[in-house]
Design a protein. Sequence first.
Lengths: 413, 285
Amino acid sequence: MSKILTTEGLPLEKSLKRVEQKNKFRAFLLVLPLLLFLIVAYVWPILNLLTRSVDNRLISDLLPQTAIALSNWEGNEMPSEDIYKTFYLDLNEAHKQKLSGKVSTRLNYAKNGFKSLINKTRRKLKNFEDENYKDQFIDLNKKWGDIEYWQAMKVAMPKYTIDKYLGSVDLEKNYSGEIIQKPEKRRIHRTLWYRTFYVALGVTICCLLLAYPIAHLLSTLPLRYSNLLLICVLLPFWTSLLVRTSSWMILLQQQGVLNDILVYFKIVGDKSRLELMYNMTGTFVAMTQILLPFMVLPLYSVMKTIPPSLMRAGSSLGGTPFHSFRKIYFPLTYPGIGAGSLLVFILAIGYYITPALVGGASGTLISNRIAYHMKESLDWSMASAMGAMLLVSVLVLYWLYNKILGIDNIKLG
Amino acid sequence: MAINKHTEFRYKVWHYTYLTICGLVFFFLIAPLFVIIPLSFNAEQYIHFSDDMLALKPEAFSLRWYEDMVYGTKNPWGLAFRNSLVIGIFATIGATTLGTLAALGLSSKFMPYKALIMSILISPMVVPLIISGSALFFFLAKIGLSSSMLGIIIAHIILGTPFVVITVTATLSSFDHSLTRAASSLGSSPMNTFFKVILPLITPGVVSGALFAFVTSFDEVVVVLFLAGPDQTTVPIQMWTGLREQLSPTILSVATCLIAGSVIILVLMEILRRRSERLRGIQLR
């Protein structure tokens, strides 16, 4: 059988392949600008942020010899004279380069009290004599004779560490490298993780319960009415997050509208106005209302594709409305339930603005803690370790979404 | 479930309960927004429905907080509004151009690694803003763009592109590709085909993507909090600072203006949706 040739004399198969190759290249070329831009200006910075969480080179660069000396030290008994001497030389060098402030800040993360200790010591460094460093240090401040400080320093020295990840779930390493619980009063992060998870889960469930009936109503009403009611969903969707948060602040304040109404109807006394804001209640209610459209819209888009004749068929075969609903309608809405729930959960788990404004101390979430480490405590490695853990949980959900529903099926508005 | 005279009593009860529940949920969704509007016309300094207001006495209402917003002393809103607009417009242009090109490539059936690339392009929408903000903070500082308008614009282009990619890909999915083949067979160059055939048909998708990108940028506060210096204050930043200090009536006037803005956008989106359905020859449901 002879091969089919094109007018140029090439086999058709080959020619087709060439055209396909060309089309492939052309399509890729169109995506390339955005892809490159995102990789350089987004993906790379995020990876870079993540490396900060394990990067601990700062302290070992500041005190290079001490880092080596301490890594050889067992940590059971007091460090030897040599270690004190190395530490003196390193600290003096850092002080000359005006870097001792950094040393004190960094060591203070390892153990509270280091900041003042180093700051007191560095002023006296120039008075040191050339021998008996150990005694001179201890004379200067007896904390230098406390083995706990040296153990903390040893733990803080390695160039790369997972300490920050341990710290973000309230664990720490002791001097011999065992992982232990932090002291009771310094455990703050685990509560935040649990709280974030519960709030996200609770908000998702509440949104689902509230959204299901109205999405159903929207999909069964005649178009004229449903378009009108859809505005009630879309207007909040398009309104600024801050506007919606401020409306909740007006409603929930102690002198706010809700309390006024309750007082007016004598449900609560004027003296005993409810505390609805700056706590968990505020965060929960406001987040539910703000995220509700993200649940309604996917549900609605699934429900309007379900033909009403199915329910009628169910009834005609003798099913009660509830039975046909449970056996026919409800299973058909699974894709909408999945899409909406994952979307709301993903958004809720990283929520920052609303908890910061209406959450007070007991209603803040993990994002607020990350912001605190980024902007106030300036413990950037901690911020990125917590960020990395948050990111991983979100990406797992994103992957699930992709797997179950396909990313192409995301719909907006 | 249709209700008629043959419906059993308990199903009637259930049906009306269901309608009541729906009514309450709609109320929960929309009512908080409408609390802001009357309070922004309050003549007093307190954010509170006074008895005079409830009695609808004219002297209880005034425009003083709107005046304060526009002419007030040390007024930050003018600068904030200008900055937000500049950032929003440039971010929209950038996001729409990049996003539309990418969507065109992605909807070609020859595109390799479609799923992988799509999930990278959508990621800025999914990753928590606090993480995007921190990452961009370090990145822009490194390339010397911290506390600059350009830096914020770049950040907002990144955050806006997923919306453009999604809306334009959705529009293109129902695009009839035989039209481009018809154009080529009639001797049109690819460029000409794009501008004369493809673009007019996908315009509704592109414009609604652009609106999404603009609203995202105009509304965005978390990332800007990390990137902005004192000169780059935006409307959301200004609201955020205001809300953290004290809830002042001036903020409510700004909020009312923003609600008016979102009504306009809602109307625009509805017009676009109808136009797009007509262009594609899809009959209304």
